[in-house]
Structure formats: C-alpha cells, structure tokens
Design a binder for this molecule. Sequence first.
Ligand SMILES: Cc1cc2nc3c(=O)[nH]c(=O)nc-3n(C[C@H](O)[C@H](O)[C@H](O)COP(=O)(O)OP(=O)(O)OC[C@H]3O[C@@H](n4cnc5c(N)ncnc54)[C@H](O)[C@@H]3O)c2cc1C
Ligand code: SF4
Length: 330
Amino acid sequence: MSLPRFKLLRPRSVAEAVEHLVNHAGSVRVLAGGTDMIPSMRQKLFEPEYVVDLRGVTALREVKLQADGSVEIGALTTIRTIERSDFLREHYPVLAEAAGTVASPVLRNMGTIGGNICLDTRCLWYNQSLTWRKGCGFCIKKDGDLCHVAPGGTKCWAAFSGDTPPALLCLKAEIEIAGPHGTRRVPLSDFYTGLGDNYRKLQASELVTRVFLPASSKDYRGVYRKLRVRGSIDYPLAGVAVVLKRSNGHVSDARIGITAVNPAPLLVKGASELLSGRAVDEALAEAAGDLAAKISKPLTTSALTPEYRREMIRVFTKRAVLAAAQVNGN
Ligand SMILES: Cc1cc2nc3c(=O)[nH]c(=O)nc-3n(C[C@H](O)[C@H](O)[C@H](O)COP(=O)(O)OP(=O)(O)OC[C@H]3O[C@@H](n4cnc5c(N)ncnc54)[C@H](O)[C@@H]3O)c2cc1C
Ligand code: SF4
C-alpha cells in the first residue's frame, strides 16, 4: 500500500505549525511520531494535500516540573520517555505503566503522548485498505453513509483505543491547545465528543501542545490493565486504569478510567463514592467492576465480541482495584 502524494511541511515552532494549519485549512493534517498516521495514510483513510510534521518543534519534547509542583509534558514527548521517566514512575506510576503497554518498543520510541491523545478511533470496518473497504462498502466514518456495526443507525461507534488517556483522566490531566487565537487549556475529560467519527474537540487550525498533571494527583497510586490479542504489540480492546488515594488504612478517593470500549475514554462516575471510606476487599472490587462494565458499550468494532470485551472491563476493574489497593498498602 503506497502513500498518497502530499507536501511535507516542517515547522520549527508552534506558531509556524499553526500558520501552516491556517494556510492549508481543509487539506492538511498534523504528523507527530507517525505510527498511526502513516499506516492510515497508506490505507487511504487520510489523504491530505499537506502534512505538518511537528518533529522539528523541539520545545514540545520535554517533561518539566512546574513551580507549583505540577508537571508539564510536551505533546511530542515519546511514549518511551514517559514509560522510562524516573520522575513519572515515582509520582504518576499509572501513566508510566499505561505508556509501557502501548504497541511495541519500536513504536513507543516513535509515538508521542500528543499522538496517543489524538489517536483516531478504530473499527474492523474502517482500519482496512481502500480495496477492502471498497469491496465491503464504505461507511459513515469514511466515504459512505451507513454503519456496518449498527445498521440503520446514523452514528459511528468506532472505539477510542489509546492506552494513556484513561490513566491521564484518572490523574485529572489538562491539555493545552494552540491555534490562530493563542492557546487554551482544557480538562482532558472535555476533549472527546463521544462520537466515533468526529471524536475530538479540535479545530482544523489547532494542535495539542502540552499535557499538565496536577500536583494534587501525585498522592494517587494505581495500575493499568489491558486486553489485547497479541501481548507484544496490539491496540487495547478493553483497558482500565485505577488510582486510589489512601489515608488511615482506608480509601479516601478513587478514580477509574476505561478505554477501547466506547468512542471516547471515560471516567467511571460513582467510583469515589463507592470506594471511599472503605477497606478494599473482593466484594468491593467486584462492585467497582460492575460499575465500570455498566458504562462500557463496546459494539462489534473488533474481532473480539462486545460481550467478552465488556466482561473483561468488569474483570480487569476488579483486579485493578485489588492491585491498586496492594500498591497503596491496603
Ligand atoms: C501495530 C501498531 C500497534 C499499536 N498499538 C497501540 C497500543 O497498543 N496502544 C495505543 O495507544 N496505540 C497503539 N498504536 C498507535 C500509536 O502507535 C500510538 O497511539 C502512538 O502514541 C501515536 O502517536 P504518534 O505520535 O505516532 O501519532 P501520529 O501517528 O503521528 O498521529 C496520530 C493522530 O493524532 C494526530 N496528532 C498527532 N499529534 C498531534 C498533536 N500534537 N495535535 C493534534 N493532533 C495530533 C495526527 O494527525 C493523527 O490523526 C499502535 C500502532 C501500530 C501501528
Ligand atoms: S462504527 Fe460503523 S460507521 Fe463507524 S467505522 Fe465502524 S462501520 Fe464505520
């Protein structure tokens, strides 16, 4: 599968990158590590006339501690850097762990946190070659007007399948978005639309530039659990991040984030109310699993059945809550 023809633009600053996006609105796409974007271009899922290669914007490659104790991570920081950062492993271990499960070592060396947050949603009927899609019939997400997964519907249910966003949601991360009118900072939880096709709230002239982790999330310890076909490389088909804050032998706050079972990564509502003030045991962990499974709505967007993926959210959440309690010394 050859790449479509495009013109490569190589900005050295965020301002220059935004200028390119404005000048070529409608026919331009941002490239970071390219680990998802290039295969998608080969499959003719994206055929932009211009590609803005961000790799020369070196200011976006750092993990920086801020004066208020929070952490700033440049959008071009590689997944490998996050996985290996001693600082993040010590203070935000759930993020480092989730990063360590992304794809394979080679892809983690190239892939970036910004690309992981902005990752396109995935579906069995979409992530295929042009010939395959032509043969089976195009769908709402690209070139068609029907959905093979939910026939008769008008909505796309492709699943958001990034590993770091559920961990970032648990850490109450915010992201910085740069555009022609300057920068704005938004909670990551407000970034996704919940739609499989138009999945993120980002204008064509904007890009994600930074991720911020609040100092207050440093006290939260947790784990990430993931279902995938091949443990060495594959995208998640269900993923769960759990973090707990503990005081006096009890959980004083809890957050659970899930991925790959909805068109957006989600925080599980009610997790804190359920777990706070109690010692974690099997029954409590199981109740947390039920809560997470309730908001998981996978459809037949992958080779594994929706029922199995939903059940694995329940099982992984239970296991992750028990493991997080152990990490926290409960
Ligand atoms: C075989 C294989 C296995 C994979 N397995 C996993 C996995 O297990 N888990 C997982 O999470 N991912 C997986 N991936 C996907 C990918 O490698 C990672 O998600 C990676 O972090 C993407 O980052 P990138 O920098 O390479 O993004 P790119 O491929 O460069 O970009 C991805 C998308 O984000 C947009 N984008 C990138 N950066 C920005 C920005 N700063 N602002 C706005 N838009 C931006 C691009 O336009 C594109 O649409 C896999 C990929 C492959 C090929
Ligand atoms: S969920 Fe439906 S519309 Fe969306 S990519 Fe899959 S088949 Fe296409």
